[in-house]
Design a binder for this molecule. Sequence first.
Ligand SMILES: Nc1ncnc2c1ncn2[C@@H]1O[C@H](COP(=O)(O)OP(=O)(O)OP(=O)(O)O)[C@@H](O)[C@H]1O
Ligand SMILES: [Mg+2]
Length: 429
Amino acid sequence: MLATAIEGLAGAALVLDGRRRVRLATPAAVKLLGTKIPRGALVTELLCAGRTKRPLADALDAGQPVRAVIPMPGGPPGRLLHVRAIPHPTPRPRAFVLLLEAANESASDGPVLFHGMWTQDARMKEVFRVIERVAADDDTVLVRGETGSGKELVAGAIHALSARRKGPLRVINCAALPSNLLESELFGHVRGSFTGAHRDTPGHIQLAHKGTLFLDEVAELPLDVQAKLLRVLETHTVIPIGGRDPLPVDVRVVSATHRALRKEVEAGRFRADLLYRLRVIPIFLAPLRERPDDLGLLCDKLVLDMNPGRRRKIERVAPAALAILARHAWPGNVRELRNVLAYAYAMGDGPLLLPADLPPELLSPAVAAAPAARDETGEAPTAMSDDIARLRDALRRADGNRERAAAALGISRVTLWRRMREQGLLRQR
Ligand SMILES: Nc1ncnc2c1ncn2[C@@H]1O[C@H](COP(=O)(O)OP(=O)(O)OP(=O)(O)O)[C@@H](O)[C@H]1O
Ligand SMILES: [Mg+2]
């Protein structure tokens, strides 16, 4: 009777006990998964093929809510399953209800444009559908992707599709400021709280009231700031630096990082409790080198965008040039592609983009690194082994001008600065 009632309310669902074992499966869940589900089956075996490092398995383990998209167990490649995990509000160990829903069969084969993002890649299209489904709710979203892969566009799309669209979208880059400044920017401060604090100043959190707060490069948050942020998320209030009274705030938090936050947690650099707070909806953006069909499409769309107002009008990319582009690893992803095209506008003539129009780095095999291997979470590591050499080389060519070096690498100035810091290329002061 219980199974029938749950099915009537929620369709395909699994009820788990505190040890992640299936106590009840509705008939629709059995049909959807296309397999017998023995009572007591371990849900990670059933849904994650025993892998414990997926965001879903990870959140279940921690007793935390999550909404994830995973490969359909036993299904053909490309079929996906939406899973919404709702923990029962008991003390640990937590029981769960999992609501399951098959993703639509890939709606169209052709290119789509979604809030400034072009793609014809099936995984990217699924990301767009996830964004459409989750935008209306206030659940936190964590976007992971390499530099230039569209993380900020995703944050913009979530805000634009939510009821908060009339409210503010505040962006703060957690990597760009030293700890004390970051704290004051985020939480605000009251008059007299430190030298130079001449008046009460609201922080980004308060300024995002009734809107969306986008925490870019969230992995770089110092641990003490992480603790304060966690408090804000738990209490929906903020206490400015030097202030006493908590002020109520109504914000939806979207964060982004190029790192695997779970690894940051394991290394002791990121709080596990904050990770689960921020990652109710995990979104992974595949790097451009893993979306081979998107390369030609993006070239076509980007030149349409870039032609107006330029001396040269590019109509087509010659197959030989496209072949060279396809060999490149694109560490700077779509931003880097845009910069390569900008170079081609300047260097060549005529409607056909030729190999000779491409920057020399693309023609030398040393830089066209092989696609990085995938780790066991199914996500590609972002670190490039030749990072230092590339950084040094770009800085040398740009006579040490970071702005130009960043442009040549197809990364933002902040990303360049961060990488220089990571690689020990910043002079210590
Ligand atoms: N799918 C896409 N279609 C068209 N343009 C794109 C797409 N993805 C990214 N871009 C463009 O590439 C550039 C980088 O995108 P964005 O700033 O969103 O990346 P990011 O992941 O936030 O990068 P970073 O980590 O360096 O901050 C922007 O100019 C954006 O408009
Ligand atoms: Mg960004």
